[in-house]
Design a protein around this ligand. Sequence first.
Ligand code: 5GP
Length: 198
Amino acid sequence: MEGGKLLIFSAPSGSGKTTIVQYLLQQPELNLAFSVSATSRPQRGDEVEGVNYYYMSAEEFIEQIKKEEFLEWEEVYRDNFYGTLKSEVERLWAEGKNVIFDIDVAGGLRIKRKFPEQTLAVFVKPPSIDELKIRLKKRSTESDDKINMRIAKASVELATEPLFDAVIKNYDLTEALHEAHRMVAEYVGAPPPEFDDK
Ligand code: 5GP
């Protein structure tokens, strides 16, 4: 496999990485396309098949693992598998795109290890675990149990920050978006964005 650049945004759930990734996708000069992951977790209300994820049963997911269809995969939460299909990255590279990922820390680092020369791995850092709890509760798409599971995982993931190429502190969203934009523009060789802030 070879092709364009890979941009990985990994962070604990609730850090705001999805917002950052969606913002970057709207910048045409970055020539980005989103890697749609496969998952066995249930579809949330506002999500769309093939846009947010490719949804499949755990059995179907395990079948794809056996067939070595994944670049990386992870049982992120119990019985909830998530993975990047090789075919997805190949499809986007064939379109001449740089590929951007919104995936968990372990998966992000695995892709970085596979493609060290063409991957920028960015860690999005939330202000604190307490703030993460507030954000996840506000989102209120999940039960307390699920939220607690995400928070437990977040504590472990926060320790992996030094393994990434770059860190974005998401304390102020506008600043975080601008920093991400500057960073990715430089990495893909696009003109530097101009903002009113410093
Ligand atoms: P959510 O259920 O909130 O959509 O995602 C849960 C976690 O799984 C998030 O941290 C998300 O980034 C991660 N994730 C999504 N897709 C993938 C993937 O393809 N591989 C891995 N390793 N993690 C993923």
